[in-house]
Design a protein around this ligand. Sequence first.
Ligand code: PHB
Length: 389
Amino acid sequence: MIKRNFLVTALALGLTAASGLTQAQDNAFKIGLILPMSGPFASTGKQLESAARLYVAQNGEMVAGKKVVIIVKDDNGSPEVTKRIAQELVVNDKVQVLAGFGLTPLAMATAPVATQSKTPMVVMAAATSVVTEASPFIVRTSFTVPQVVVTLADWATKNNIKRVVSLVTDYAPGIDSEKYFNQRFLANGGVVVETLRVPLRNPDFAPFLQRVKDAKPDALFTFVPAGVGVALMKQFSDRGLDKAGIRLIAEGSVTDDDIINGMGDVALGVVSTHHYSASHKSPINQKFVEAFGKANNGARPNFMAVGAYDGMRVIYEAAKATKGQGGEPLLNAMKGQIFESPRGPIYIDAQTRDVVQNIYIRKVERVNGQLWNQEFETVTDVKDIGKTR
Ligand code: PHB
């Protein structure tokens, strides 16, 4: 009798423990956030994580009756590591969403994992056009480089810039920048005097900038990924290119809001195009910038932060719509979302799963002692031109 009772109790306990476990799993909505938290692109990881956490703090830890669990993993900016981590997150942690992806090669390496496991993959940073085509499970909330640089090429032509040299980081988004800027600038009747590419790792800009100086173009068009612009600007000034009358025009990552204050006067007057500026004038953005600063020792959010903040919005709303179900239903609920972001109005094109948004032309100005990208012209509802190639 005693023995039997023991067995019954043990069984009951076992069952309770097991169902408790399933319940805990069922009641978690897990997001695997893979980011470069160390290495040369750690500033990108920090911006993305801070903004994702801000979204959760503002919108609650519960979504569709489940507790949101963000699992942050550092990939050090290395594609093999990103892919391995993604596999572990899918198989061991059973995440409903893979998110983050600070650089294009990291997103490209992970795309097959999303496809094979049918896990929605929200690209919050990487910006090469082709990324969304790497998996039907990818949705992008950042931007595309072609979307941005074509507007800059048009601005340059209208502003009497006739000869340019292009200088880009030698990897996918740099090559996209070079291709789409130069193509458009040539079609507008301009001349591209020289095309230069600098390595992604430990770039030394000095010899390249000397070649630019010797070529004497009206302007240097440039792209470097977020966080790298300070070194470029310093060399630009050290080599006296500004004094030689060469203008600098840039894809907006160069005058990244995170680091622009460290650039000094050489950045003044630099014209760039991008989808987000911390100085964007809207009540939603003002609140976003204030809240981000408050939660991060006064730091300014950059375009990486807004990609993560909006990515979390897309995930939350999709989870609500599918009542916490993952896989294809969750992916489908991400498509076609339309909302006002701190950057302005955006939507996720249901066909391409890419972001359609305003592109702003900005100029660096000093306001109340600080450097800002001040928006002065807007091109509305820009799609990724790379998709029409
Ligand atoms: C990218 O790797 O796609 C990338 C990274 C940083 C940027 C822009 C593009 O600022």
